[in-house]
Write a new protein. Structure first.
Length: 345
């Protein structure tokens, strides 16, 4: 049964990782709703260009800070969103110790901030907690199939530990903590070199380079457009009462990597790129698809932007970025469904 929203006035909100891909869209959506937003980012993977359009907004403040260190906020805080961690394998494996500490020590520090002010807390967890799943699609009551000593463990196990911290403090009554398990998300402001599958294929196609497919390309992913994800995060934070359980947020429509590559090439007909196949990375999951029944029931949430609509917008954004044309989305962009963008000729 869906809960009711507990929002009846403007809130003071901390968004850790707010200059990142998802975080910057979340900051915009919250400002559009009339809230005050404190964006916290160490710019390890976030980018100043993502939040530059917000700097003159009277309700926006930016703090450069690494959440592995205690964060001091001198004003009351109502909500804390924790999106502060590199999310692509090349980025989080580049400094695995810092990745683990961001997930564990950083989450603890932000939970401490939330406890101090009596704020609600939302942890941006990940579908990676399911590992290379033996259950398909993945439900929240599935405990996962994770290699706890492999090269992805700094992220996978770090996020699992962060979830444990959240639920321990929730059960003890110390923090109103909520956990979103985020599946593959894409859209404008992804970094061209972040190593995620959509950014990899799109950038390679735009540059006329071979499209790198790992394994045989028959492994699957489910792709959620960023505006849909932001709606889900806000819905989970605002729902009353606290669900008290993790909630999957993602698009349940499943595609093979080969299908995705063919879609990219069809949308960039001028590209001369061909597919090339490389060995599959260690512990790379074979199938990934969320069961979103819990989000539908508790939040009345489901994605509305199919890949056929969101992918052209994403390609157009990358095309403009790679040619040096700065593009920004309006502050309310995360509130509205996406529509196909006109591709550059």
């Amino acid at each position: 049964m869906r809960g009711k929203s507990r929002i009846n006035n403007n809130k003071s909100i901390v968004v850790a990782g707010g200059a990142g891909f998802v975080g910057s869209h979340l900051c915009e959506a919250l400002l559009f709703r009339g809230h005050r937003v404190v964006c916290v980012d160490n710019f390890l993977t976030g980018a100043m260009i993502n939040v530059e359009p917000l700097e003159n907004h009277p309700n926006f403040r930016l703090i450069e800070h690494d959440i592995c260190d205690l964060l001091e906020i001198t004003e009351p805080v109502d909500f804390v969103y924790n999106l502060a961690c590199a999310a692509s394998p090349p980025r989080y494996q580049a400094d695995p110790v810092h990745t683990m500490m961001t997930n564990v020590a950083g989450t603890k520090n932000l939970l401490q901030l939330a406890e101090h002010y009596g704020a609600s807390f939302l942890q941006a967890s990940t579908s990676e907690v399911y590992g290379d799943p033996e259950e398909h699609p993945q439900r929240e009551d599935y405990w996962g199939h994770v290699n706890c000593t492999g090269p992805r463990a700094c992220y996978d196990e770090g996020k699992r530990a962060a979830e444990a911290l959240c639920f321990d403090l929730y059960r003890s009554g110390q923090v109103d903590a909520r956990v979103a398990r985020i599946f593959n998300t894409y859209g404008p402001r992804m970094q061209p070199e972040d190593g995620r599958i959509i950014s990899n294929l799109v950038v390679q196609a735009l540059r006329g380079l071979p499209l790198t497919i790992y394994g045989n390309g028959e492994q699957t992913r489910s792709f959620c457009y960023v505006s849909d994800l932001v709606r889900g995060l806000i819905a989970l934070m605002e729902v009353n009462p606290n669900p008290g359980v993790p909630v999957n947020l993602g698009n349940p429509h499943e595609f093979t990597i080969n299908e995705l590559a063919e879609m990219v090439l069809a949308l960039i007909p001028a590209s001369s790129s061909k597919l090339v196949y490389e060995p599959l990375p260690t512990d790379d999951p074979q199938r990934r698809k969320p069961d979103i029944s819990r989000a539908e029931e508790l939040l009345d949430w489901r994605p509305s932007v199919p890949l056929a609509e969101g992918l052209p917008q994403t390609i157009a954004w990358f095309a403009a970025t790679l040619t040096g044309v700065t593009t920004t989305m309006p502050a309310h962009a995360a509130e509205a469904p996406a529509r196909p963008a006109q591709l550059p000729l």
